[in-house]
Design a protein around this ligand. Structure first.
Ligand code: FAD
Length: 615
């Protein structure tokens, strides 16, 4: 496998203000500043194709041939999963996020995201390989000493070593810093003794290297350690029996005076919690990407089936009910993909900007990922919701056949469900989007959300201008802006009224997050079609369908945003105050007059003509 790096689009500057986390709420991004799937170079595309081909050959085809999914609770299947991972290592697929100096490919973040999308063809193997290339090895890539990198990374890159990430404990799930696993320095000062337990550890049943988080003495925060499976006092529990991703190893880990040499402390003492969050931020985008890849697969299968299956004398693809489902799945996939690559590229650009300013490589990577925590959570929440929704609809389109193990949809349906739970539950991620924005507005003062909120009345006045531009693109831009402004308006009003109590009003925070999510994904999709419209040689018929997808997305985003806004207001205001707030929202989020039925039919027709999904 040839080492490859995706090149930056030459239209992208590394020092523009859009390379700031949360900036999308305040400012505008130009279509040229958006990285889209079409911008990937041939090497990146080839890499993703290699991953897809590997998954089809090693996982998908045997699955369809035998009609049986791999289950690691069965020892033979477990050995087979490990063998597949080793073969992936031989092809270089475990090295994608490891720098070249440690025998990795050193691919940039967005190419890794593209690979995560392709990995969705590997069913539960996506979790196995994903843990190896992401949460299992990145703590060493980002935080390791030179000696630690030399010792572990080449072996993880080749899959000689399997890697795992052990954060969760029985009493510490979402509240990860509440872990009770303890580390104490031995009397000779040469090692730490680890005592405690971890649960739900992916790859844990056959890993060689574990990133284990524990508190040293009575520290407030976690520290991280590299634990090898051969270390004294370390044991692994049996495989969990799970609802889905049955081919992925998930176990408990036990530490009973487990002796870890002091040189295996990873990063700074007390720095483990920050490390855990940084790693999860990166993992979230890849989890979202996997969801988007899974959704594209669900559309593809649905279209193929709906074309063939006849009822009442015609193909079910000719029925409006089925067309609406296919169109919705496709349109959501298209929009979320735009947001996903946008975020991954922002991380790359931030890293480049930091490197150019002289920031050391590790620090640049960490800062770049942390910068886009808000966008990463949006991609994760939306991507995971999308894949669960799309597989449910695909199953419905297949009728009884969808429920049969033969089509593989029931496996995909079960496998998809975990994405809403791991890498931080969707509730935690959704609340994080608002919490992190507030922090950047009120504590670090990086984002002037309050100043932007004050400009909203002027914005509303501009909307009252009778000569306003009625071109669809302007109306679409106003919908996106309206969603952002509704967020600013409601967060300002709710904050003013609830003050410190706001933090406990999770229902309101979740409604605010919906506004953010819809603004970010809607804007990304809109910018993507604007960029494609200017791209020489882009097929006009294809562009027309993509534009219709954006119309349909924004139509639905607006409805979702309106509901979230009114629900939020009703949760903290009553009487005349509530009416006043509602009037403001009605001005910010005005109706969008498109015909969703016709849009759905047009999109579905294009999908059927094409025989799948390639947007
Ligand atoms: C198959 C699988 C693989 C996994 N792999 C790994 C791995 O490799 N490494 C690892 O470290 N962990 C792993 N996990 C653990 C996973 O990250 C956790 O399950 C997840 O973070 C949720 O923690 P929990 O299960 O304790 O749920 P809890 O935190 O108990 O949450 C239960 C519910 O309460 C909600 N909730 C919790 N806190 C709040 C709050 N403050 N406000 C509102 N709602 C809240 C949650 O959203 C959720 O709906 C894995 C889990 C599974 C199932």
């Amino acid at each position: 496998m040839v080492a490859t790096k995706s090149v930056q689009s030459d239209t992208l500057a590394t020092d523009d203000p859009t390379v700031q986390g949360g900036y999308f709420v305040l400012g505008n991004t130009l279509p040229e500043q958006l990285f889209i799937a079409e911008d990937f170079d041939e090497e990146a595309k080839m890499m993703a194709e290699t991953v897809k081909a590997f998954c089809l050959k090693e996982v998908m085809t045997p699955f369809y041939q035998t009609g049986r999914e791999l289950e690691v609770t069965n020892a033979e299947d477990k050995a087979e999963v490990l063998a597949i991972l080793k073969r992936a290592g031989e092809l270089g697929l475990c090295s994608v996020s490891i720098p070249e100096e440690y025998e990795g490919m050193g691919l940039d973040f967005k190419t890794n995201t593209l690979i995560s999308m392709a990995l969705s063809h590997g069913l539960s193997f996506a979790t196995t390989l994903g843990a190896q290339t992401s949460i299992g090895c990145l703590p060493i890539v980002y935080y390791g000493t030179e000696a630690q990198k030399q010792q572990y990374l080449p072996k993880i890159a080749s899959a000689e070593y399997v890697a795992a990430y052990a954060l969760t404990e029985p009493q510490a799930g979402s509240d990860a810093n509440a872990g009770r696993t303890k580390a104490q320095l031995t009397e000779d000062g040469q090692a730490y003794l680890l005592n405690g337990q971890k649960i739900w550890i992916t790859n844990g049943g056959f890993a060689d290297v574990y990133i284990v988080f524990a508190k040293i003495d009575d520290d407030k925060n976690l520290s991280a350690f590299i634990v090898e499976s051969t270390f004294e006092g370390f044991t692994v529990g049996p495989e969990e029996k799970k609802f889905g991703i049955k081919g992925s190893s998930t176990v408990q880990l036990f530490f009973d005076n487990c002796r870890v040499p002091i040189e295996n402390l990873l990063g700074q003492r007390n720095g483990g919690f920050k490390m855990a969050l940084t790693i999860l931020n990166g993992g979230r985008i890849k989890a979202g990407a996997g969801g988007i890849g899974g959704a594209a697969f669900a559309v593809e299968k649905s279209v193929q089936f709906a074309k063939e299956r006849k009822q009442f004398g015609k193909a079910i693809a000719e029925f409006g009910a089925i067309q609406a489902k296919m169109a919705n799945m496709a349109m959501q996939t298209f929009a979320n993909e735009a947001a996903c690559f946008r975020t991954a590229d922002l991380i790359d650009r931030k890293e480049q900007a930091l490197l150019a300013a002289g920031t050391p490589s590790n620090e640049a990577k960490i800062k770049a990922i942390s910068e886009f925590a808000i966008e990463a959570s949006i991609v994760k929440v939306k991507g995971s919701e999308l894949v669960c929704y799309a597989l449910d609809e695909a199953m419905q389109i297949h009728g009884g056949m969808g429920y049969s193990a033969e089509t593989g949809l029931s496996t995909g349906y079960r496998d998809a469900r975990i994405t809403k739970i791991y890498e931080g539950t969707n509730e935690i991620n959704a609340m994080l989007t608002v919490g992190e924005l507030s922090k950047r507005a009120l504590q670090t003062k990086e984002l002037d959300l309050i100043g932007a909120g004050k400009k909203i009345p002027a914005f509303i006045l501009s909307q009252l201008n009778p000569f306003r531009d009625k071109r669809d693109v302007m109306i679409q831009t106003r919908i996106v802006q309206g969603l952002k402004n509704a967020f600013l308006y409601i967060s300002g009003m709710a904050g003013r009224q609830l003050k410190k109590k706001m933090i406990d009003e999770q229902e309101i925070i979740l409604h605010l997050s919906t506004l953010l999510q819809e603004a970010y994904v809607g804007e990304s999709a809109l910018l993507k079609v604007q960029k494609l419209a200017r791209k020489p040689g882009h097929d006009p018929a294809r562009l027309q369908i993509q534009q219709q997808m954006v119309q349909l997305y924004l139509y639905q985003a607006l409805a979702k945003g309106q509901k979230a806004a009114f629900d939020a207001i009703a949760s903290f205001a009553t009487g005349s105050q509530q009416k006043r707030h509602n009037r403001m929202i009605k001005r910010l989020l005005k109706p969008y007059y498109v015909n969703p039925k016709e849009l759905g039919r047009n999109i579905a027709k294009a999908l059927v003509e094409e025989g799948g999904y390639s947007y």
